[in-house]
Ligand binder design. Sequence first.
Ligand SMILES: Cc1cc2nc3c(=O)[nH]c(=O)nc-3n(C[C@H](O)[C@H](O)[C@H](O)COP(=O)(O)OP(=O)(O)OC[C@H]3O[C@@H](n4cnc5c(N)ncnc54)[C@H](O)[C@@H]3O)c2cc1C
Length: 451
Amino acid sequence: MNASPERADVVVVGAGIAGLSAAWELRDRDVVVLEATDRVGGRMMSEPRDPYWLNFGGHVVGGVDTATGRLLAATGVEAVELPGELAGLFLNGRLLAGGRVETFPLRAPLSTADRIALIRAGARVRLAVVRYGRATTRRAGESDASWRARVLAYRDDVTFADFLGRVPPDVDAIFRATIRRSSGEPEQVSAGYGIGYFQLVWDRSRGLTRNIAGGSAKLPQAIARTLGGRVHTRAPVRVVRQDADGVTVSFEREGREHTVHARAAVVAAQAYAAREVIADLPDDVSRALGSITYGSYVVGSFLTGEHSPMPYDDLYALATPNASFNMLFNTANALRRGGPRAPGGSLMVYSAAALAEELAGNSDAEVEERYLDDLYAMFPALRGNVREVAIHRWRDGVPHPRPGRHLAQPPLERPVGRVRLAGDYLGTTYIDTAVATGTAAAHAIRAELER
Ligand SMILES: Cc1cc2nc3c(=O)[nH]c(=O)nc-3n(C[C@H](O)[C@H](O)[C@H](O)COP(=O)(O)OP(=O)(O)OC[C@H]3O[C@@H](n4cnc5c(N)ncnc54)[C@H](O)[C@@H]3O)c2cc1C
């Protein structure tokens, strides 16, 4: 166990990917990372099961020209392009994958009236995705912060459900399964945010198309290895206080209170946790942090032992309306890149938003049973081939913007004295927002330290 530090240039609160991105950027300085839990990575969480891995949190990442892509390249952590379908659909007993999503309404097992309603609603969302793409493209010379603010403001006046209008139950279920990926219900999330999610899923050139080889935890773990003894787990921060000389951070370790003095701090904890630990927050920042809404997830991760091809081998992501989970991911797809198919595999499913809340009263064993029932109904070949099941619950899985969210942005992007905020809640691109804001906080602090 490392001795508790008493002085540092910079303290980073939280060893999720936002905090670790900041610490990575400042690795040549005297930086200390304090993490409340017993592991690094926060919501990037996976466990190796050679050659596969079980995944529990964030998993798909953007391309080489994103903040995450640059961090992966700098740290030497390998990401692989997913060969499989990213927008599959399992509806009423039929697997729809391959071909353009515009053809799904013609192939889906729906009544004629529902088919027409799906074509209409689908056209509406596709047109909105095109407009969203145009409106949210980065402008030449635009800063990340002003781009984030512009994306958050796009169609932030109504909910996605208001935008979509009334649709029949099966059509509603199809859109709802994808919107729930973002942790909210269509009646909760902003229209622009919901439309943006369809862009992520439908537009391969701009979306999330890569996996970290070996599991997403490899990236935070690689950064923590480089930082070595400067990362302290089981060290919950209680208060970050500022004075004329810098910041004083009080944290707990092995039942005792410690303090570390630093010239600046990056608070990279979730919005509600940041609000709790930073002393004397200006009212507008406190209100803005308090207004960030998170949705929950129940995740099931499965290690399988089949010896022959499975119907989902060629796909990565499958929306599953009308099941106990709304999404299924074939984690092993990252390894299905030609050559003989290795035996076994790994799957992840999750129930998000209202689906997760419905499962809150169920034990893990009950959730496992429901998940397996639905999985066997979808893919009978799985029966007898599940070797391991792990259930993980995230109470605050992902932040989702609700109408009016963009109004909270200006105070969140402003430095709070010598404290900078970082985390996924500052934007709409999840891991990439976390990496971008952590890195930006580190750059700003470095400039101040060198002044
Ligand atoms: C099921 C699921 C699937 C997802 N899928 C994707 C995906 O495919 N692609 C994608 O881009 N994103 C995805 N995400 C979202 C992604 O995982 C997050 O956006 C990202 O990991 C958030 O990183 P962060 O550093 O901002 O926050 P976190 O990872 O939450 O890190 C914050 C850290 O701060 C620590 N902390 C809090 N309070 C204190 C304190 N007082 N003292 C010390 N430490 C503290 C916490 O313990 C935590 O480790 C998914 C999330 C979930 C739950």
